[in-house]
Write a protein that binds this ligand. Structure first.
Ligand code: FES
Length: 154
């Protein structure tokens, strides 16, 4: 989705800055925002570029760095941690050959930590994009990653 299409969906008001940023970033293949795009948004909303930059740098959900097509977020809060989250994380690290905070060489996956995903009774939990996976085991993780690798345009 083009930036203009996203901007046209919202009233031309600073009140919608965060919604615009989230909506647009969600549609980008590498889940990042560029300086040029921040300038365009600032101009459209008639606000200072520094205002847009400060919002993007304040909230961890925004990124100025390109990420993999699929961002894997592993919950690292206590309920997941005590339910063998380490095994899940180690399986992901081994399969993807990256550490937390890194992106695979083929730019397909980025591995991140996240705080509670609201499914503590089904720990350990991870999210890929907007899909949440629960009651994870190493074997489940292997099957999930294999499925994502098999997708051509997901
Ligand atoms: S602690 Fe992991 S989902 Fe709540």
């Amino acid at each position: 989705m083009q930036l203009k299409e996203v901007l046209d969906k919202y009233p031309q008001s600073e009140d919608y800055l965060i919604e615009i940023l989230m909506d647009y970033q969600k549609h980008k293949m590498h889940h990042d925002l560029t300086e040029e795009e921040l300038k365009t948004i600032a101009k459209h909303l008639d606000i200072k570029e520094s205002r847009v930059s400060s919002v993007v740098t304040f909230y961890s959900l925004f990124s100025l760095e390109p990420k993999g097509r699929h961002v894997i977020q592993v919950c690292h809060d206590v309920p997941c941690h005590v339910n063998n989250q380490t095994a899940v994380l180690n399986t992901l690290k081994t399969m993807l050959n990256i550490d937390v905070g890194q992106t695979t060489d083929d730019e397909m996956f980025t591995l991140e930590y996240t705080s509670c995903l609201g499914a503590c009774d089904k720990a350990p939990v991870m999210r890929i994009g907007e899909k949440t996976f629960m009651n994870l085991t190493s074997n489940k993780v292997k099957a999930i990653i294999a499925e994502y690798r098999g997708r051509k345009h997901a």
